[in-house]
Design a protein around this ligand. Structure first.
Ligand SMILES: O=C(O)CCC(=O)C1=CC=C[C@@H](O)[C@@H]1C(=O)O
Ligand SMILES: [Mg+2]
Length: 374
């Protein structure tokens, strides 16, 4: 049984080492909202809202997450007793959507529960892998620069490269990459920049043995993706379109994709991630764990999720140093030989770097249950 004393919101801002460019824009600074759930013994669980500052990727933002957490989710959860973290998502389901805000707090409850039970988060979720394969994402840029980044990352051992594409920055780029690196596992993310009118361009990509094409069509579409998938050999992977178990089930039933990217933040948390995973395993749909340019806290949750058996494609699980001069966890995440060790220590398996947290924090709020004993 949980005995929550307080919940804390840490609003932070970190600067990326280099700007990250996709078809939708450029991220230079990353704001993030960290959720800390604390019990009466001072044990803490951590989660992270992975929404961006503005609604360019999905409709949620750091601001909407804060609103949902502060005005609805935290007051409700603080006055609720839970036996298991698998119940938290269900309690939150009385509120519609807002999966990133929900995931932020739900995942903190999972971390705390795992710590209280002296279990790693991976074990608690049913993970079986002791290591996970690491992939890395390269933002849009000049082809020459992209080639040298791919060279460096493959040399570092990364098992899979993801690039960003959009109409007219696709075929030439992929062709050139394939000429230099015929054998790498390569995937391309379009972030919804195509329509069915571009079908021939997309079909032309079939020639380059891409592992998958991520979210070519509209961010909320599954119907056009089903037509597209029928006309292409390369598996379509849905990212933005999958925000719940329901979305995943419908997409698989309709044949809208051959692969699903599970981002725990995007689908409302760890319980839903596990349910989507279990469903996909039953339906023979490979899954992998996508990233959100997040801090080490959400990355640690992702590593635990990626340790589940059905995660057969290397995830966006790069080292802390890929984006950050300094991460807010200790030790920092470090890819070795293209792999990450799945922590065996309780909870997410990383400590909070309080010095870094203080440095990056721009706001802080505390919440206590109604029956005040603060
Ligand atoms: O976290 C990472 O390493 C990369 C994440 C990444 O590629 C994305 C995160 C968020 C928005 C997008 O531009 C992109 C994606 O769509 O998958
Ligand atoms: Mg994507």
């Amino acid at each position: 049984m949980y005995n929550i004393r307080s919940i804390h919101l840490h609003h932070i801002k970190m600067t990326l080492k280099t700007p990250f460019v996709s078809s939708l824009g450029t991220v230079k600074e990353r704001e993030s909202l960290l959720v800390e759930v604390r019990d009466h013994q001072g044990c803490t669980g951590w989660g992270e809202a992975v929404a961006f500052s503005s609604p360019w990727y999905t409709e949620e933002t750091v601001g909407t997450c804060r609103h949902m957490l502060k005005d609805f989710f935290i007051p409700m959860l603080l006055n609720h007793q839970f036996v298991s973290p698998s119940e938290v998502g269900k309690a939150l389901s009385v509120y519609r959507r807002n999966p990133m805000a929900k995931a932020a707090i739900e995942s903190a409850y999972w971390d705390l529960y795992a710590k209280l039970n002296e279990m790693s988060l991976s074990k608690l979720l049913g993970g079986t892998r002791t290591e996970v394969e690491a992939g890395v994402v390269i933002g849009m840029g000049r082809v020459k620069e992209m080639l040298s980044q791919i060279e460096a990352y493959t040399h570092e051992g990364y098992r899979r490269i993801k690039i960003k594409i959009k109409p007219h920055q696709d075929l030439e780029v992929v062709k050139e990459i394939r000429e230099h690196f015929p054998d790498i596992l390569l995937m391309a993310d379009a972030n919804s920049s195509y329509t069915l009118n571009d079908i021939q361009r997309l079909q032309a990509l079939d020639e380059y043995q891409l592992l998958l094409i991520e979210q070519p069509l509209a961010a909320d579409d599954i119907i056009d993706h089903a037509s597209l998938q029928k006309s292409m050999v390369t598996p379509i992977c849905l990212d933005e379109s999958i925000t719940s178990y329901h979305d995943a089930r419908q997409a698989v039933e309709l044949g809208s994709c051959g692969i699903i990217s599970i981002k725990p933040g995007r689908v409302g948390g760890l319980q839903t991630s596990r349910e989507i995973h279990d469903f996909c395993v039953k339906r023979d749909v490979p899954v992998w764990c996508g990233g959100m340019l997040e801090t080490g806290i959400s990355r640690a949750h992702n590593i635990a999720v990626a340790s589940l058996q059905g995660f057969t494609i290397p995830g966006d699980l790069s080292s802390s140093s890929r984006y950050w001069e300094e991460d807010i966890i200790l030790p920092e995440i470090k890819v070795e030989n293209g792999r990450l060790k799945v922590p065996e220590t309780p909870g997410i398996g990383f400590e909070i770097n309080n010095t870094a947290l203080e440095k990056f924090q721009i706001a802080y709020e505390n919440f206590y249950p109604d029956r005040k004993f603060q």
